[in-house]
Design a protein around this ligand. Structure first.
Ligand code: MV4
Length: 488
């Protein structure tokens, strides 16, 4: 007997739609929530039912635990899927969901808590054969202790906030002279941002690849991994392109990273879909960084190369079912890339842009998937994440997947809001990206705004490439009848 027949999706935008679609395929009734600015958004009318949770500001709506749980009661749902962001990695939320009698589609509150703190995560995985960056597995309390430990590790080192994430509270220290100042800056920033001044030290890995492993587990202790995603192409901790498989992992490393990732999951009795993040250095060693206890933005590339619907597996596992396959059943076919398209101006230091999407045409064709949560004519507001859409392509190999992505970018029309489509094309056509020679510093090393067209008219022409594209059309007398043709 399935327990989940009614599901609340505690999120908005593309991920809410992503979850609604799979739930519907499984015969589950979907309930969404919306803030006042999202009244006309697709996640409201795509769900079977939708409830208001308040004003635009996230703290008064999508982040308000009591309001979300009240909707769950009112709508009489069986389970809550948190998506990513918002309340997805809030252990207090998971706890309250469960104590109100609902199924939380995700791991236990305890697993979220362990992995939500970097030091406790490192301590948990340390006895489970997961390689760690040389460093301290305890908070460094004062500057004299910092000096002692830094000398043991050897410079350069990196100071990290235990409660941190997304690069906040991190400081790179190149020599002992800089340590005093950077240590107190890191502690103060950690205190101010997280209310927790615990920091630890690690050897700084200079030019790493960021490689993460998708895992899945059920409540019977079965674990599998779904291979890696290479997320090295990022800008200030904001991912830009993700791909699977990585252009550089050997099968041997892939297998040992997969095993390490499963062990990290076992260290906290993980249940559901999770991601274990590693950095990979130039000598081919990999080290655990952290574990994300949610479905990730970039999960589609894994779905594309494995054929596995990760949301379906999350819901099956939450429903108390066993994983439907074991490790040997999971195979990789082809290559997938995801480009995140942000409402940001790449000519103006990527400052967020807002406005109405006056024209919005998605690319189509074999191997193309667009995950978005907005329609033509709707407004991109200041209130939430600036990501407009994810363009995901699959091809038989990396080269063809890249060619396909470039074609899809050319066919994509986004007018009314500055966006990073052309920036994405710059990266995808860069020789170092093409030959797989890149690390997390790719954009700072290779991108200058001058490389993109800065002229408004030219930019418009580019975004209209396939909307009003110039083609030679001849009539029956072989006279050219037009040089402008409106697509569809
Ligand atoms: C590191 C590192 C180098 N050495 N740790 C950045 C965010 C957080 N998840 C961990 N991060 C890093 N930790 C050591 N010991 C470099 C980074 C890092 C990074 C990691 C993954 C993806 C992009 C990054 C960009 C800058 C720094």
């Amino acid at each position: 007997m399935p327990k989940i027949s009614r599901l609340l999706i505690a999120n908005r935008g593309e991920i809410a739609l992503r979850i609604i679609r799979t739930a519907r395929e499984m015969g589950i009734t979907t309930v969404s929530i919306y803030s006042e600015v999202d009244k006309g958004s697709p996640h409201v009318y795509m769900a079977d039912e939708s409830y208001s949770v308040g004003e635009a500001l996230s703290t008064s709506s999508y982040l308000n635990i009591d309001k979300v749980i009240n909707v769950a009661k009112e709508a009489n749902v069986d389970a809550i899927h948190p998506g990513y962001g918002f309340l997805s990695e809030n252990s207090l939320f998971a706890e309250k969901v469960e104590s109100a009698g609902f199924i939380f589609v995700g791991p236990s509150p305890n697993a979220i808590k362990i992995m939500g703190d970097k030091l406790s995560a490192k301590r948990a995985v340390s006895s489970f054969a997961v390689p760690l960056v040389p460093g301290t597995d305890f908070p460094v309390k004062d500057i004299s202790q910092a000096k002692l430990e830094a000398k043991k590790i050897g410079f350069p080192i990196i100071i990290k906030a235990s409660a941190g994430g997304g690069g906040k509270g991190m400081r790179i220290v190149n020599s002992i002279n800089e340590l005093d100042e950077l240590f107190s800056l890191a502690v103060n920033e950690a205190l101010k941002s997280f209310g927790n001044g615990d920091v630890f030290l690690e050897k700084y890995i200079m030019s790493p690849r960021h490689i993460e492993i998708q895992i899945l587990s059920d409540s019977f202790g079965n674990f599998v991994h779904l291979f890696e995603r290479d997320c090295s192409i990022q800008r200030r901790h904001q991912k830009v392109i993700e791909e699977a498989p990585s252009a550089l992992l050997s099968d041997e490393l892939r297998t040992s990273m997969g095993k390490a990732a499963i062990n990290a999951g076992k260290s906290c009795d993980y249940v559901g879909a999770g991601t274990v993040e590693f950095i990979f250095d130039t000598s081919g060693s990999f080290y655990f960084l952290e574990m994300n206890t949610r479905l990730q933005v970039e999960h589609p590339v894994t779905e594309c190369i494995t054929g596995i619907d990760l949301v379906r597996e999350q819901l099956r596992v939450a429903n108390g079912e066993k994983l439907g396959f074991n490790q040997d059943d999971i195979n990789v076919t082809g290559h997938a890339l995801e480009l995140r398209i942000y409402a940001e101006d790449s000519n103006n230091n990527f400052s967020p842009d807002t406005g109405v999407l006056s024209v919005y045409k998605r690319p189509q064709g074999p191997g193309i998937r667009v995950d978005d949560g907005i329609e033509e004519g709707q407004e991109v507001s200041i209130y939430y994440d600036p990501m407009i859409a994810k363009l995901i392509v699959t091809g038989p190999n990396r080269e063809i997947a890249i060619e396909r992505m470039v074609r899809a970018i050319e066919d994509y029309v986004i007018i009314g809001v500055e966006n990073t489509l052309q920036f994405g094309k710059f990266v995808l056509t860069h020789p170092n990206f093409l030959n797989g020679d890149f690390n997390t510093h790719f954009i700072e090393n290779h991108f200058k705004p001058e490389y993109l067209i800065n002229d408004d008219n030219a930019k418009l022409a580019l975004s209209l490439h396939n909307y009003f594209y110039s083609k030679k059309i001849y009539n029956s007398d072989s006279n050219m009848i037009t040089s402008k043709w409106r697509l569809r």
